[in-house]
Design a protein around this ligand. Structure first.
Ligand SMILES: [Zn+2]
Length: 270
């Protein structure tokens, strides 16, 4: 069965990972801009990173029949310096016109500070100007509930937001219900240490259904698993779920969400 990993940081992964993912049935990925594990020293570092995501990674993926899409943004971890973030944000618009860009992401909150909120509002403003989809990162562990609540409050206060074109990612059991109830897409991240596991994601699909749910690996440079989506597919099978339901979550849903991006193009595998 084919699958799409809608949130994975391939810039931090090897070409061997692309090959192994392709062998398991991966046909497309979505790569949000994120924190590379260290703070960048200047705007040019972001500029080159955005070029990497829009020029080099699509070529690397295409060698294995994987269609690579990405999101442009500045992660909350580097959003504290508002002046610097503003410079980075000014460099984003030209990339939004590139053919593989899905929208603004991943953006959001980390420590939920006032400066992070200022930067976040400016990123949302940019997204609204050019009709982008939005992908939100929610904070880790103890900050998750507060951060998710704050993001939902910010979005609720903005009447321009089309909730069907927004994904709130890294949902867990204590945040997914409100995200779905308020009409957003909910991302569930499968991580070996924090976030969710294939078992917990399967439970969440059983409780909340499969509509507007995206399951991803968010695999990056840290302890993470680029084969987490196939592990979820196996867990769903083990629970006796039909192929049609598994396919909806790992293939149809990401396509449906990505399809709402103004640049999105996808060639289904033969
Ligand atoms: Zn991420």
């Amino acid at each position: 069965m084919y699958f799409i990993d809608p949130h994975i940081h391939m810039a931090a992964r090897t070409t061997d990972d692309f090959l192994a993912m392709a062998k398991m049935g991966c046909v497309a990925v979505g790569e949000p801009a994120f924190w590379m594990g260290y703070d960048r020293s200047g705007t040019n570092s972001f500029y080159d990173y955005f070029r990497q995501l829009t020029e080099w990674e699509p070529k690397r993926a295409a060698n294995y029949g994987i269609q690579h899409h990405c999101w442009m943004g500045i992660n909350a971890k580097e959003a504290e310096d508002v002046g610097f973030a503003r410079e980075v944000i000014a460099s984003i618009p030209e990339f939004l016109e590139r053919p593989t860009v899905l929208g603004i992401g991943e953006i959001g909150l980390h420590k939920c500070t006032r400066n992070e909120v200022t930067t976040l509002l400016e990123l949302i403003e940019l997204g609204m100007k050019t009709d982008e989809q939005l992908l939100f990162h929610t904070p880790h562990l103890e900050d998750k509930y507060l951060g998710t609540r704050m993001i939902l409050d910010i979005l609720r206060a903005d009447s321009r937001i089309d909730r069907t074109r927004v994904c709130i990612d890294h949902c867990e059991e204590h945040t997914i219900r409100q995200v779905l109830d308020e009409g957003y897409w909910a991302g569930i991240t499968l991580y070996p240490t924090t976030k969710a596991t294939p078992e917990r994601a399967t439970d969440m699909v059983e409780i909340y259904g499969s509509e507007r749910i995206l399951v991803n690996s968010s695999a990056d440079w840290g302890p993470s698993d680029p084969f987490a989506v196939p592990a979820f597919m196996y867990e769903m099978r083990r629970h006796g779920h039909p192929a049609s339901l598994i396919r909806q979550v790992v293939y149809d849903n990401p396509l449906k969400f990505f399809n709402q991006s103004r640049n999105f193009q996808f060639t289904p595998p033969a």
